[in-house]
Design a protein around this ligand. Structure first.
Ligand code: GLN
Length: 483
């Protein structure tokens, strides 16, 4: 079936004229129609736009344009602006908001010939770890529909894993690409901060946010990252020379690679099944000649608490613009101020309100130094500690998530436990480092992700290492068993 193929395989079939872009697009749309009710991956579909883009892609192929992702059907997370297609951030406050422009990432993907199928579900405003904070829809894990897919990019992970899109974008502020990738058996990549434009991404924590790819293979992931990346003058934090290159992806070797294993991410906080899967991989890679060293990065222990000051602080200011006047829905009231309060009070979900309150508190006079400033200092320390490690090691390896996919509803009464699950992924956002989750062996019947984190601008090297690790582990892409 076409929908089972990787992006590279689809592109090859298209160029060999074995199938047309229209046929590929329709196959995915059909599958979404048949199965998305079960998975809940999408919030909106744009079949007309998809067919128009399919036509444009076909013209490129017919003209001999051999771009590696031409004609590949994709989905965008619904906090990424799409012209003419509703963009809600899975929040009631943005229902009905149709952006007048495309995010740079959306533009880049279209220029690379990809076909947009629709927009995927997420934790409201990307705030969450399980996917359960969407105000609009519940997304299920294709490996076991009683379980969460992970968040916040829940719909993107479910869409690619359930073969309802070939590739999908996510955004990652504290792990929102890598967590769901690890819980659904996909490759998920957060590039170096500044390599993919944030223009058109609805901001959550602006100093942490980064857009990146979900894919089934490292090769697809790298090509997709390449297509979406590049300097953008519309994003003031965009880096010059930021285009990611896949040219050397399949070169290099694991022999003599120096990889660090931080003791702080191999403790009892990690479920035994997850630890075992990662340790099996480490054994295999040791035999391949990887030189592993246990190190200590003590600042990791402060990551979650620090992140949950900085991210809400930035969110509280970023979300101030949603007042019922400029964007989306509005609750009518007696006056302006009452209208703001009624709109924000009724239309933001509980987690979003919690973050706005915590963030506002942390930034308020008298508490700024004690909380926000302090958190920024710890953040600096953490980045420095990691940078020091990268002087000596090619990258850092750990589990991506302390747990495998858990039951829907299992953690809703324990928000602290849920937030602690971000332990492994947060440091990369703090330092702007590239970081990737890669499937290792299953624990029980569920996927486990290995996390690789490298130095700033080391994206290509990290992807190359991931490619070689994947090959050494001899992992064929595994489809969820219930498909
Ligand atoms: N789980 C983290 C949070 O809830 C990270 C979310 C994200 O990366 N967008 O904030």
């Amino acid at each position: 079936m076409i929908t089972q193929l990787t992006a590279t395989e689809i592109n090859t079939a298209l160029r060999a004229k074995k199938v047309s872009v229209k046929e590929v697009t329709e196959a995915f749309l059909k599958r979404i129609e048949n199965f998305d009710e079960e998975y809940g991956a999408y919030l909106a579909l744009c079949p007309e736009r998809a067919l128009a883009e399919a036509e444009a892609a076909q013209a490129k192929i017919d003209a001999g344009d051999s771009g590696p992702l031409v004609g590949v059907p994709i989905a965008h997370k619904d906090n990424i602006s799409t012209q003419g297609v509703e963009t809600t951030c899975a929040s009631k406050i943005l229902q009905g908001y149709v952006p007048p422009y495309d995010a740079t990432v959306v533009e880049n993907c279209r220029e690379a010939g990809m076909v947009l199928l629709g927009k995927t579900n997420l934790d409201e405003f990307a705030m969450g770890t399980s996917g359960e904070n969407s105000a609009l829809r519940l997304t299920r894990n294709p490996w076991d529909t009683d379980r969460v897919p992970g968040g916040s990019s829940a719909g993107s992970a479910a869409a690619v894993s359930a073969e309802l899109a070939c590739l999908a974008t996510g955004s990652d502020t504290g792990g929102s690409i890598r967590m769901p990738a690890s819980l659904t058996g996909l490759v998920g990549f957060k590039p170096t901060y500044g390599r993919v434009s944030r223009y058109g991404l609805v901001a959550f924590g602006s100093s942490l946010d980064q857009i990146g790819p979900f894919a089934k293979t490292v090769e697809d992931c790298s090509l997709f990252a390449e297509a979406m990346s590049g300097y953008d003058r519309k994003d003031s934090t965009s880096l010059q020379g930021s285009k990611i290159s896949s040219a050397d992806l399949k070169t290099g070797s694991l022999k003599g690679k120096k990889i660090a294993l931080p003791r702080e991410l191999f403790t009892d906080a990690i479920d035994p099944g997850v630890r075992e899967s990662v340790e099996i991989a480490i054994d295999v890679l040791t035999r391949e000649g990887v030189d592993f060293h246990e190190i200590t990065l003590p600042s990791i222990n402060y990551g979650v608490t620090t992140y949950y000051i900085i991210a809400p602080a930035e969110a509280s200011s970023n979300l101030a613009k949603f007042d019922g006047v400029r964007f989306g829905s509005r609750v009518e009231s007696t006056g302006h101020v009452e209208g703001f309060a009624a709109t924000r009070g009724k239309l933001f979900g509980p987690e979003v309100k919690l973050r706005i309150m915590v963030g506002t508190y942390a930034l308020s006079a008298g508490y700024y130094d004690a909380y926000y400033h302090r958190a920024q200092q710890v953040r600096g320390l953490m980045a420095a500690e990691f940078e020091q490690a990268f002087q000596e090691y090619d990258c850092i390896l750990s589990p991506a998530s302390p747990v495998t996919a858990f039951k829907i509803g299992e953690m809703v009464d324990d928000p602290m436990k849920l937030k602690l699950l971000d332990l492994c992924t947060i440091p990369a956002n703090m330092g702007g480092f590239p970081s990737l989750s890669l499937p290792s062996s299953l624990a029980g019947d569920l996927p486990v992700g290995i996390l690789l984190t490298g130095p700033v601008m080391g994206d290509e090297k990290l992807l190359q290492t991931a490619y070689n690790i994947d090959r050494a582990l001899g992992r064929d892409y595994r489809r969820p068993p219930i498909l």
